[in-house]
Design a protein around this ligand. Sequence first.
Ligand code: MGD
Ligand code: MGD
Ligand code: MO
Length: 757
Amino acid sequence: MPDPIPEAACPDAFTGLEITEPKTVAAGLPAVVSSMKHVWGTAGVVRGTKALLMLNQKDGVDCPSCAWPDPDDHRAMAEFCENGAKAIAYEADAKTIGAEFFREHSIDELGKLSDYEHGRFGRLAEPMVLRPGSRYYEPIGWDDCFALIANEHKALTSPNEAIFYTSGRTSNEAAFLYQLFVRMFGTNNFPDCSNMCHESSGSALAPTIGIGKGTVTLDDFEKAQVILILGQNPGTNHPRMLTALQKAKRAGATIVAVNPLKEAGLLAFHNPQEIRGIVGVLRTELADHYLQVKIGGDQALLKGWLKCLISWGKVDAGFVRDSTIGFDELKASLDAVPWDAIVAQSGLAREAIEATAKLIGEADRIIACWAMGLTQHKHAVATIQDLVNLILLRGSIGKPGAGLCPVRGHSNVQGDRTMGIWEHVPAWGAKLGEEFGFAVPKDPGYDTVGAIQAMHDGRAKVFFALGGNFLSATPDTAYTAQALKNTRLTAHVSIKLNRSHLVTGRTALILPCLGRTERDVQNGVEQFVSTENSMGVVQASRGRLAPRSPHLLSEPRIVARLADATLGTQWFGELADDYDRIRNKIARVVPGFDDYNAKVRKPGGFYLPNKPREGGFATASGKGHFTASPLVELRVGPGELVMMTIRTHDQFNTTVYGLEDRYRGIHGERRVVLMNAEDIQERNLAAGDVVDLVNRYNGVERRANRFRVVPYDIPRGCCATYFPETNVLVPIDSVAETSGTPTSKWVAVTVVRSTPG
Ligand SMILES: Nc1nc2c(c(=O)[nH]1)N[C@H]1C(S)=C(S)[C@@H](COP(=O)(O)OP(=O)(O)OC[C@H]3O[C@@H](n4cnc5c(=O)[nH]c(N)nc54)[C@H](O)[C@@H]3O)O[C@H]1N2
Ligand SMILES: Nc1nc2c(c(=O)[nH]1)N[C@H]1C(S)=C(S)[C@@H](COP(=O)(O)OP(=O)(O)OC[C@H]3O[C@@H](n4cnc5c(=O)[nH]c(N)nc54)[C@H](O)[C@@H]3O)O[C@H]1N2
Ligand SMILES: [Mo]
């Protein structure tokens, strides 16, 4: 059966498959070799090496890959990782595509290619337009481009019919201008990648500790006694975290990993910054305890841990009495959770839960890290709140070596939210209105899922994206494709071709921008931008490479021109002439940014204030709040498996760098489904068989056809596939409670043998 909307799905041709033993150690020489292969192969030796050497240096470029922080003090000459190197190679690409390329290739033809192939064409070199009815993009001047968008915006009956998406690579300066423009235009329609990512973390933390961010710094890792890592694959997605874990281990910490898969980066590490690590002589074992939890079973495990600690008297009674509220309710709620449910839902033996609870009960400097394995579930917020409960119960927050560490994704996703990219009005909304003399719209706007539904139903008609790859990153690809097709205009600020440029509104625009590694000159003066990492450090990022094409505009410039064209103002352009002016405005509006221009120029930047980190809570009560929630039981139908959609080692979200998932031993193929051997046997399938995956949530059938079966060490009843190939299966209306995050790690699927044809 063909995919419902062929141009929206990744092509289903196989690219080959080779299976090797999964690795039990991350990085080392293979990581160094892979870095150089990507950088020199794509960017060339000179440009590539130059780009790498400025990465994460003080006065250098903030790596556009993940949001892991840089060391405050000493930085290695090569302060980057294999996947940072791939991100740089992708951006510093020597090739470009422009008018000629798009004249030769229709959007239908390009739609048949894979995401991997899209990325390899090169950097977008000039603005392009797809006129109504045409299948070919053609060049358009920047003036006409902004006039076209402005006209579409002005033609709307309400500003709430316009959608403004943001991906987390956008700088603070661009993000602040963008939210200002959009709110002056009259809407809070700010879907962003965070809605699909750590929204659940923010939703869980804000009511419990008073701030939607983590509380630890990099230095805390060396001081921790126990480090819990739940639902995160740092070896691939935050490789420089392994250096922090290595230091922690050397200082005596115990690491507990909770993950359905035995990820190499959680098992052991050869540090490529150390000569002996490169050649593999020096291996640091990481996880001391590995709990292979069932997908979605973390809440059960956490409730098990909490029950143990309370019944063993391992509660920090002084801290709980003086600094928290809600403990009695938590205790009562746990009494109602039976152990057999905990064991059944976590898939873990009670002994294993107790053994690790013992460790936690003996430590008072505990760091809890987590990522998408916790956030993309129906009960994500409740699960993370149980993790907060655990940390509060041990008094393990607001002091060195202790605290909460949601490990962010995109390099500036945290900063974008701080700058007001949010579908609600930020706490400083009134100040924004005062400073710029307008009434900030009060009604909440659409988040990502809300925006898709609004476009689908015709309530929203114009879609603008500052970065990202909306179509591929969002759930329910066929539904989302239809939503985008229903609009009058889709416009994307991008650096490379992606699938969102190919499934479009009546008119479509591609607005090519400077990458973070490139020199940004405005009004004859070189500019820098700034970003906030996962630990609340704001620092400057200055590109040094020559821009790939003379037609590229910076993101702040694009936003300013869009704003002036739509609102009829001129002063946005003046702000974009000198980013210090934008930062001065931020300093006057956003708390914690006073003296921004001076502080951000200090090597290494500055920390934003963080009450829970400093001892205390930012809640109205001034206390930490325990949360009492029931244990949620998630069930699949007979014969169904729970599927999680995860990243390979060779991609950045929807950007596919290559076809290697080296640590998991899966090579040359992305259309695979990792299954437990017994689940394979039970279905009369065998390794390498071709299967279709079917989801039937709420009576709607969603299919992803042609995947190869790979036997893998994964709990029974669970399976794994790669994002974004299986986003077609993630139901648009299956979202986390409170945060609205699509449940990308919990999709019920039936696995059926493919019928040829
Ligand atoms: N190289 C590279 N770096 C990246 C990215 C990238 O794509 N490539 N993406 C960036 C972004 S935006 C983000 S958000 C982060 C993502 O970083 P991660 O969250 O590490 O990314 P995922 O691949 O989604 O991996 C989730 C991990 O959780 C596990 N998991 C899945 N379900 C469950 C569950 O129910 N319970 C538990 N305990 N574990 C579970 C999976 O086995 C996997 O190890 O990385 C950022 N950094
Ligand atoms: N099934 C499933 N779906 C998921 C996830 C999952 O785990 N499973 N993870 C979710 C998560 S955590 C996230 S964060 C989202 C990611 O969602 P997005 O942020 O929308 O997606 P990306 O793939 O990161 O965006 C890649 C595109 O960004 C553009 N780009 C790169 N650099 C720049 C730049 O400097 N400026 C501009 N303007 N554009 C640039 C490039 O053109 C590239 O094609 O996906 C979510 N979707
Ligand atoms: Mo993310």
